[in-house]
Write a protein that binds this ligand. Structure first.
Ligand code: FES
Length: 176
């Protein structure tokens, strides 16, 4: 472990945690403690903790962000910097199934636009919207690392590749 990493100390600026701070059950707190204990530098646990907060609250809402800032002795902006970088961390409520269509070069060349358009028409929502029944949210994201099997999308944590309109229909119609 480098000296530089071990010497990181809490920032001197005051942490603005807002009015409401999320709270969790003792089981969830124990899970969070377990992750924190794995890392010599507390802020290294930011992603595992974000996934827990997201799992418990549906997305990283302001009280959840305030909790993370408190727990990790970081600023709110430190939490947002990470949360807004990763497309698997949600900063807005999402439906039961979050469809994230890759819009980057390989997928774009192979028809990502048509994938988005097909999903949009089928579900009756635009990019960034959620269906009225709360089942589907449609998003476009940057490269998901599956460029060789473009076009593709991710539904929650599952990849679906070499998409065609027929395949998209099969995937969406099969979801419980
Ligand atoms: S460009 Fe779509 S997965 Fe990489």
């Amino acid at each position: 472990m480098s000296q530089q990493l071990t010497q990181i100390v809490p920032l001197s600026q005051p942490v603005d945690i807002g009015d409401e701070v999320a709270s969790f059950s003792s089981e969830v707190e124990a899970e969070i403690d377990w992750h924190l204990a794995k890392y010599p530098v507390m802020r290294s646990a930011i992603l595992p903790l974000m996934f827990i907060v997201q799992r418990e609250r549906g997305y990283l809402d302001p009280p959840g962000v305030a909790y993370l800032a408190n727990r990790l002795s970081l600023r709110i902006t430190d939490i947002w910097e990470v949360a807004t970088f990763y497309s698997m961390i949600y900063t807005q409520p999402v439906g039961k199934y979050h469809i994230q269509v890759c819009k980057t070069l390989s997928c774009k060349i192979m028809g990502a636009g048509k994938v988005t358009e097909h999903c949009s028409k089928k579900l009756g929502i635009k990019v960034g919207e959620t269906t009225a029944d709360g089942r589907f949210t449609l998003s476009e994201v940057e490269c998901l690392g599956s460029c060789g099997t473009a076009p593709m999308f991710q539904i929650n944590f599952d990849y679906h590749e070499n998409l065609t309109p027929q395949k998209i229909d099969q995937i969406l119609d099969k979801l419980p």
